[in-house]
Unconditional design. Structure first.
Length: 94
């Protein structure tokens, strides 16, 4: 999975992934289709992100994400990202 993630991120964002770890796996049924998302958290990379396929990009604080603006399958991913950030802050305090 790490190799596939690295290829996709390089193709779409121009970044070289140095470290990543599994974040969450989500199975979601939309009624007309089902999806399975294997989500990883990139913790170290080289380069500056750019939209290699013409997409626009922007950095955004996790707290600023509005769940209602995302597909239903993404809701647990956003929650996992928020939880990962809280755990990261807790580990820094220790």
């Amino acid at each position: 999975v790490h190799d596939a993630l690295s290829r996709e991120i390089k193709e779409e964002l121009g970044l070289q992934i140095m470290q990543s770890r599994p974040l969450i796996k989500v199975a979601h049924d939309y009624g007309d289709k089902s999806v399975f998302l294997d989500v990883w958290l990139v913790t170290e990379y080289l380069g500056q992100p750019k939209g290699c396929e013409g997409q626009s990009l922007r950095w955004c604080a996790i707290e600023a994400l509005k769940i209602e603006e995302f597909p239903a399958a993404n809701v647990p991913i956003i929650a996992a990202l928020k939880n990962a950030r809280i755990n990261c802050r807790f580990n820094e305090i220790r």
